[in-house]
Ligand binder design. Structure first.
Ligand SMILES: N[C@@H](CCC(=O)N[C@@H](CS)C(=O)NCC(=O)O)C(=O)O
Length: 200
């Protein structure tokens, strides 16, 4: 059985969502950020962490990609061939290094950094996020999901980030991005994953 290691409210939500989509059995293991238990599994002391038997994997995008690849029969992975993999990588990098970055930066200055290191990054984060919403709007175009008409691991990442944005009152000023976020966040596996992590 998989072990999904993380703290409540962390990116472990996307790992658990992915496992729910795949219908794979798992155990949610609550571990605090930068605790000795987290450092024992991840040199960064960060979560989420996936334990698959003797294999330990960190970083949410890598974990979701690994699970999609391992359970390729469930249809949540990349399109076929080298270009399919490159397309998925492109989306995953966009999601984490661009779409998520302003959200995470603001969260860090609110809750994570030592209090004397915190500054007001709110306006800059809002400016950057608005730009990323426009980019996502253009990337999606008329598509239902990142890869077209098929829900994939990328939508788990982006949907989880959209939920962060909504919780953090970051406006999503695009009807199609809002409709996309509604579409992915209404999935029953998302609801189950939130309950499993104690978010509901
Ligand atoms: N790239 C990593 C980022 C992991 C990460 O920053 N996790 C947060 C919780 S969601 C954390 O453990 N932060 C502790 C810290 O920054 O001190 C991922 O996507 O999993």
């Amino acid at each position: 059985m998989y072990k999904a290691v993380g703290s409540r409210g962390s990116r472990v939500s996307r790992v658990v969502w992915m496992l729910e989509e795949l219908g794979e059995p798992y155990e949610f293991v609550p571990v605090k950020l930068r605790s000795p238990e987290a450092y024992a599994l991840n040199p960064s002391g960060k979560v989420p962490i996936l334990i698959d038997g003797g294999f330990t994997l960190t970083d949410s995008a890598a974990i979701c990609t690994y699970l999609a690849d391992k359970h390729a029969d469930k249809g949540m992975g990349a399109n076929t061939g080298l270009t399919g993999r490159a397309e998925m990588d492109s989306w995953m990098h966009f999601a984490q290094s661009e779409f998520e970055a302003p959200l995470w930066n603001k969260l860090r200055h609110r809750f994570i950094l030592p209090s004397d290191m915190r500054v007001d990054v709110g306006p800059a984060a809002a400016y950057d996020f608005a730009s990323e919403v426009k980019a996502l709007d253009r990337r999606l175009g008329q598509k239902q999901y990142a890869l077209g008409d098929r829900f994939s691991a990328i939508d788990v990442l982006l949907g989880d980030m959209g939920a962060w944005a909504r919780a953090g009152k970051f406006p999503i000023t695009s009807d199609s991005v809002n409709a996309y976020m509604d579409r992915v966040l209404e999935r029953p596996a998302r609801t189950r994953s939130q309950a499993a992590c104690g978010f509901q």
